[in-house]
Design a binder for this molecule. Structure first.
Ligand SMILES: Cc1cc2nc3c(=O)[nH]c(=O)nc-3n(C[C@H](O)[C@H](O)[C@H](O)COP(=O)(O)O)c2cc1C
Length: 504
């Protein structure tokens, strides 16, 4: 039998009409599968071709979707005869990619299908499956199990076996994040997201990871379709097939712009705070060195002048010189407090540790202060505790005792008196300084040891101060493993206590 025109008008080689049709069918399917159209279009062409070549049949192709449900992807031919007298023949084949079923192709015929036709249809199923696999359909299905689970993140799958590792799949998260639709970017390399911003550490790392066939995580500056910048935290994972061949990369993208901006804001704030702290430290160091010198000179001159015979005879001048001396001393003490706070804040307060008797120290401080404040009575009660040996920095503990006593003096009222009590309670030495002064309002108790704390009633009667003494004292006591606390009733007075561990 010579060459014969088939019903599509193509010229085929020799054989029966049936054989020629089958050969034509295989060729047509091969050329349909090599087309550039999208998958749905190609599947429809396949179904149409089968129906055209095998007259009377109808064909359906189902593909598994992301939820692994079979969805009808193509259908051709008339199935009306199914309802008539004819007994149909049916051939169905799974579309397999590796060990995964990605769909089914089925052909129904009103007449029995011979062995050649069945074998040809089986070959067609393989050819369609290979074509789908090449387009990433099969892999996409089982990769989606992993990728889709990443929910609202952007997901990109690329095929490194194709030139320039193009995108073969993106999810809707990617579309939302970037503003690009899948159809616009499929078959492109992801680098279009970088716009011209190519000199990024993350990009170099990605290039290397891809070359080394390994996963990685980077943060990239990327640009949406509308040109706006977003920070993309990209997690890249390679996918290998059963033979160990690299078949895909999966990229999971998170838009971390808000986090990045918050981090930048925090970093800026931190550096501003650091700058402010540096300015403060510079000021404090300036204050300590540059202000102290003139204060010492002022004090020295005031004291020298007070000793001059003509001055000693001038009561008014003597009082004024006394004031200069006291104010200069107050200024010196404020500078010391500022320096102490700065040391506490920077964790640089150092202590000269030795064993000493707390009873002796308290007694000495009380005596010194009694001499300088003759208008005030300091009542010292050492009980019968004898020596109270403690381990610490004697100068700093003196500072605490001095601070508590000067507060008692400063905040006293008519009763110009304070009581200092030293005792041993189990393994601790406790010192209490009690006054009958203005007291601290209850609503301010929680802030007493804070920086720059001054109770609302503290300024009454022209009382001045920076509000640093108690903050410094508590830090000193706590650095000695002790505690500092108080009881206070407004209008009745306050008692400040501190305790330190006794040695031995
Ligand atoms: C799965 C996958 C996802 C990727 N996603 C992005 C992305 O979201 N943004 C980006 O700037 N680059 C992304 N890349 C990186 C680029 O495609 C490219 O590999 C990178 O720019 C380095 O290569 P190049 O120097 O050839 O551009 C991705 C790469 C892969 C394999």
């Amino acid at each position: 039998m010579g060459a014969q025109r088939d019903n599509s008008g193509d010229l085929d080689g020799g054989g029966t009409a049936e054989q020629i049709n089958l050969r034509g069918l295989s060729t047509d399917i091969a050329s349909a599968m090599s087309g550039q159209e999208d998958v749905t279009h190609i599947l429809q062409t396949c179904a149409d071709t089968i129906v055209r070549r095998l007259q009377g049949v109808f064909t359906k192709i189902w593909i598994l979707d992301a939820e692994t449900t079979l969805k009808l992807a193509a259908s051709a031919g008339d199935s009306a005869w199914l309802r008539g007298e004819l007994t149909p023949s049916f051939v169905g084949y799974p579309l397999m990619v590796g060990s995964h079923v990605i769909g089914v192709i089925a052909t129904f015929s009103p007449r029995p299908l011979d062995g050649d036709t069945v074998a040809t249809l089986s070959g067609i199923a393989d050819r369609v499956a290979i074509g789908l696999d090449r387009r990433g359909v099969g892999r996409r299905l089982y990769l989606q199990d992993r990728a889709i689970a990443a929910s609202s993140n952007g997901i990109v799958i690329t095929d490194p076996r194709l030139p320039d590792n193009p995108i073969i799949y993106t999810n809707s998260g990617f579309e939302r994040m970037t503003g690009y639709e899948q159809s616009e970017i499929i078959s492109f390399n992801c680098r279009f997201l970088q716009s011209g911003d190519r000199d990024q550490e993350g990009i170099h790392e990605l290039r290397q990871a891809i070359a080394e066939r390994r996963g990685t995580q980077v943060v990239l500056r990327n640009y949406r379709k509308d040109g706006t910048l977003f920070y993309n935290e990209l997690t890249l994972s390679p996918v290998f097939d059963d033979e160990g061949e690299l078949i895909n990369f999966i990229g999971i993208q998170s838009d971390i712009t808000a986090r990045r901006l918050a981090e930048q804001e925090r970093d800026e704030l931190l550096s501003r705070v650091e700058e402010a702290l540096a300015v403060r430290d510079r000021f404090i160091s300036f204050a300590s060195h540059e202000l102290r010198t003139p204060i010492t000179v002022i004090k020295g001159h005031a004291q020298l002048m007070a000793r001059r015979k003509d001055v000693r005879e001038n009561e008014h001048l003597l009082r004024q010189l006394g004031q200069i001396d006291r104010q200069a001393a107050a200024m010196d003490s404020m500078i010391s407090s500022l320096l102490d706070v700065s040391r506490i804040e920077s964790g640089q307060m150092s202590f000269l540790i030795a064993d000493f008797d707390l009873c002796r120290v308290v007694q000495e401080v009380v005596e010194e202060m009694s001499v300088s404040r003759l208008d005030f009575t300091l009542d010292l009660d050492l009980g019968d505790c004898g020596e109270l040996p403690v381990h610490g920095d004697e100068v700093r503990i003196r500072q605490v005792v001095g601070n508590l006593i000067s507060n008692a003096i400063k905040y006293s009222r008519e009763k110009r008196e304070a009581r200092v009590l030293v005792r041993r309670e189990d393994s601790r030495a406790v010192v209490s300084v009690q006054d009958w002064g203005i007291g601290i309002p209850e609503d301010q108790h929680a802030r007493v040891f804070g920086l720059y704390f001054r109770a609302d009633n503290a300024a009454e009667g022209g009382r001045t101060g920076l509000g640093l003494g108690l903050h410094i004292s508590r830090n000193i006591i706590e650095a000695h493993s002790g505690s500092l606390w108080f009881d206070s009733t407004p209008g009745e007075g306050s008692t400040f206590h501190f305790s330190l561990p006794v040695i031995g």
